[in-house]
Ligand binder design. Structure first.
Ligand code: SIN
Length: 483
């Protein structure tokens, strides 16, 4: 791997300020999804390694939590700057292990760094309250304190930003961290840890363990009484299991789980904007984000025009390796492309038509053709399940209430999008959509300043924004009597 700073390429995990192997000595290969090539090996750790990392975080906790917020913020700001200074190397590592185009990877480095900057600032504003007392001889206060050791389990689709969104909040709040990056993409997280060590994050405050077998590690986190907080981004299925396992130690949890985002286009929408928003929302990261538009609900009067314009735009998307900065990179692995392929086959078998794409790409491997499907209906699996690939299924509707009903007819509630101009409709639909986030005439909604998170089976808690730090804080009530 060609890097300006070769020391950012790591093949060991990071525990108690040291670069370490698995206790068993086991390793596993990390590969490039664009060509299957070997990038390197990292430790294949287990539950015991996880306990070792938790112990390191536990012993670093008293000192870290007793530092002032400004002292912690100073270190986080140095880390933030160091990430930006190494943008190119981090982006290359990310593209090589994750597959996204280099320009998207550079964008993620900036997005990821922003969470450290944001939470460095928010950490200084963790205010409590003085509550009017019901008795003259008593004073009532509420203060906020760090929860303790936080275990963070992060996904492969945003190898840096999903880690910093959690770790920035946890560390700024005064928690220490044990992080487990996704098995497909550990290298970006390890490079991030290296930069943290360089700027002086104390030993044990931020630990990373790697594994290709996440279940025993996740279980060790959930069963540890030292871990007081678990934050997970990933599938709803795994999130539910972690939630059940956390009951054993009554941990605070944050879950950012699956979505089934509707993208609604009403007759009064600006169609050019709607097509641009659809492209950005659907095909970012080759359709591999939890908030990607998953099903398109298009009102009758603009259906044909929208379908035609979207198809023309999708046909212009370039597919190829992320290192060549093609607009559409490969999918993460074989299971991902098999799922996309079977969802498209199911839709076609049930009467959908491909306006473009609909097949594995001629490049082979895990490349899939950017696809638009028309004549889609609710009986098709692609509108019931999260596609996580570059496929846009289009459905027709007639009335506003019908669109809202279709949009809400899912167990998920992460993100929704709609395009309209009528102000009354904008308010009505914004309020009626049962989702944690709604993009109104806007296809890209992610930013560190806004609360990211879902309702229903899409998760619990919020990340980023002024609310994100509360996920790592406990409220303590002080009753001061005898006055
Ligand atoms: C996700 O896919 O989980 C996160 C997407 C984002 O932050 O934009």
């Amino acid at each position: 791997m060609v890097l300006t700073d070769e020391k950012l390429f790591k093949s060991q995990a990071h525990i108690a300020g040291k670069w370490v192997d698995a206790a068993s000595g086991a390793v596993y290969p990390v590969t490039n999804p664009a060509d299957g090539g070997l990038l390197g090996h990292v430790p294949d750790m287990d539950g015991e390694d996880a306990q070792r990392a938790v112990a390191a975080a536990e012993s670093a906790l008293p000192r870290w939590r007793s530092m002032t917020a400004a002292e912690r913020a100073g270190l986080l700001m140095l880390w933030y700057q160091s990430i930006l200074d190494h943008t190119e190397d981090l982006a290359r590592i990310m593209t090589l292990e994750q597959g996204k185009p280099l320009s998207e990877a550079r964008g993620e480095v900036k997005y990821g760094a922003a969470f450290l900057q944001w939470f460095a600032e928010e950490g200084k504003r963790v205010y409590g309250d003085i509550i009017p007392s019901p008795a003259n001889d008593r004073r009532i206060l509420a203060i906020k304190q760090p929860i303790g050791v936080a275990a963070l389990i992060t996904p492969w689709n945003f190898p840096l930003a999903m880690l910093t969104r959690k770790a920035g909040a946890a560390l700024a709040a005064g928690c220490t961290v044990v992080a487990k990056p996704a098995e497909d993409t550990p290298l970006t997280a390890l490079a991030f840890a290296e930069l943290g060590q360089r700027v002086g994050i104390p030993a044990g405050v931020f630990n990373i363990i790697t594994t290709r077998n996440p279940a025993p590690v996740g279980y060790a986190f959930t069963q540890s009484s030292a871990v007081r907080k678990l934050s997970f981004t990933g599938s709803t299925e795994v999130g539910k299991r972690l939630m059940a396992d956390c009951a054993a130690t009554v941990k605070r949890i944050s879950l950012e789980l699956g979505g089934n985002a509707p993208f609604i286009v009403f007759d009064d929408a600006d169609l050019d904007e709607a097509v641009a928003g659809a492209l950005a929302s659907k095909y970012r990261n080759s359709g591999q984000t939890c908030i990607c538009a998953n099903r398109f609900l298009i009102q009758d009067g603009v259906y044909d025009a929208f379908a035609e314009r979207l198809t023309a735009a999708v046909k212009r998307l370039r597919v190829g390796p992320g290192m060549e900065d093609s607009g559409q990179g490969p999918l993460i692995n074989q299971a991902a492309i098999d799922k996309v392929d079977s969802l498209v086959a199911d839709a076609i078998a049930k009467g959908a038509r491909a306006l473009c794409g609909g097949n594995r790409h001629a490049l082979g491997g895990t490349f899939y053709e950017p696809t638009v499907l028309t004549d889609v209906n609710e009986g098709m699996a692609c509108v019931q399940q999260e596609i996580f690939g570059p496929v846009a299924p289009l459905m027709r509707f007639h009335e506003e209430a019908e669109a809202v009903q279709l949009a809400n007819d899912t167990a998920f509630g992460l993100a929704a999008y709609f395009y309209a101009r009528d102000i009354g409709r904008i308010w009505r639909v914004s309020e009626a959509l049962e989702y944690g986030m709604v993009g109104v005439n806007q296809g890209v909604i992610s930013t560190e300043v806004a609360p990211f998170g879902g309702i229903k089976e899409s998760g619990l808690g919020r990340e980023g924004s002024k609310y994100g730090i509360d996920e790592y804080l406990e409220i303590k009530y002080l009753c001061m009597g005898g006055l």
